[in-house]
Design a binder for this molecule. Structure first.
Ligand code: 13P
Ligand code: SF4
Length: 377
């Protein structure tokens, strides 16, 4: 496996705006009293109707936002399904409760729609760690490689890519490209890239970004916790380090992990991903027990402690405010959007074809005919 130089971003040191995690935490909405919550939820329900808008939320955002999304006919899901749902929903206005790349993906797929977000500064360490100009220079040095980027990137980085993938389908797409003999340039998450590389054996040249939330899970500590709960199954998001992924019973996207919590024959689970997911897991499997995977030793501090500071910027009050005022609209430069949409469409077409054939993971290399029209020129 080849790698690019490690890109260091000091997220916990003071720097401009909310790219500093401390500033992002300082901007997270204050806790609300029950009567304040109830009033805001009523207002949001009414505003969604009045503005004919739909709420599309990620599993890491506040539990009240997740519930509201489902209750009002929107969706709460992983990033692949958020993109597909937003594109296919007839509403003219989408409110995306998540982080910026999710809002940008929605805009790129539906330039005619109005896309609003509760806080436009809700970013992602993977996006911050992969500046478009440096990434373009990296691609220029390797013109022989098919460029595959994770969804957690800017519109400009996607514009430079042949394919965009999410954690739920990245493995299948790289396996498909590898079967076609393609060499891959992968960005930005080094852990997800390394997991996919090990599973597929593909030739992958890696950008060296990381998610600050998942990067904090510790293999050694997880090993100790497993010894305490030998009956527990371990669910791991692939943005986690190799030492954590190696101990997983299931590795997958947020939706895939929730599905595993419901379907696996176990009563107890250790969960290595943002703890916002526990809300849905507990609702979906109420009689089961969920334990957060350890982020560090007992005395250590962490930047996120298993919760994304940028996801946490989404709250009931700022959601109501954007619906009321129409502020915080996502804009993507049309020329960039037109370039970026090719990489996203390829993934969505691939996912739809996979679903139509109900292909099991690993069966894709035999299916090259199915995807003959999809892929870089
Ligand atoms: P999923 O696509 O698995 O929901 O992941 C998105 C994300 O940002 C994880 O950190
Ligand atoms: Fe980005 Fe990690 Fe937050 Fe997901 S959890 S949005 S990858 S920083």
């Amino acid at each position: 496996m080849q790698t690019a130089a490690i890109k260091t971003v000091e997220y916990d040191h003071p720097q401009e705006g909310t790219s500093c995690t401390a500033r992002a935490w300082a901007r997270t909405p204050a806790p609300l009293a029950p009567h304040e919550k109830a009033a805001l939820k009523d207002r949001i329900r009414a505003l969604l109707k009045e503005k004919q808008a739909v709420l599309v939320a990620h599993y890491y955002v506040d539990a009240d936002l997740q519930d509201l999304a489902e209750e009002t006919g929107g969706c709460v899901s992983d990033s692949l399904e958020m993109a597909r749902f937003g594109r296919d929903h007839p509403a003219k206005t989408l409110v995306v409760a998540g982080v910026r790349f999710m809002g940008e993906t929605a805009k790129i797929l539906s330039p005619e729609k109005t896309i609003l977000m509760p806080d436009l500064d809700a970013t992602c360490s993977l996006d911050l760690g992969c500046p478009a100009d440096e990434f373009a220079a990296f691609c220029d040095q390797h013109p022989d490689r098919t460029v595959v980027v994770y969804a957690n990137t800017s519109a400009a980085v996607k514009a430079r890519a042949d394919w965009m993938v999410t954690s739920s389908i990245g493995l299948d797409i790289v396996q498909h490209l590898h079967a076609q003999g393609k060499k891959i340039l992968w960005a930005p998450d080094r852990h997800l890239g390394s997991y996919i590389q090990r599973k597929t054996g593909a030739d992958m040249l890696m950008w060296q970004g990381a998610c600050i939330v998942h990067d904090e899970f510790k293999g050694v500590e997880l090993d100790l916790l497993k010894a305490e709960y030998p009956d527990a199954k371990v669910l791991v998001h692939p943005e986690s380090p190799d030492s954590v992924v190696a101990q997983a019973d299931v590795v997958g996207s947020t939706s895939q992990l929730i599905n595993a919590a419901v379907t696996l024959d176990a009563e107890r689970f250790i969960v290595a991903t943002d703890n916002g997911i526990l809300h849905k897991m507990k609702l979906a499997a109420p009689h089961k027990q969920f334990i957060e995977a350890p982020t560090a030793g007992n005395s250590a501090t962490c930047k996120s402690c298993a919760h994304c500071p940028w996801m946490a910027m989404n709250g009931l009050a700022n959601l109501a405010e954007v619906l009321e005022t129409g502020k915080n609209e996502i804009h993507v430069e049309p020329a960039i959007g037109q370039e970026a949409v090719r990489a996203i469409d390829r993934m969505l077409d691939f996912a739809a074809a996979k679903k139509a054939k109900a292909l099991p993971t690993g069966a894709l290399e035999q299916e090259s005919k199915l995807f003959a029209g999809i892929g870089p020129a």
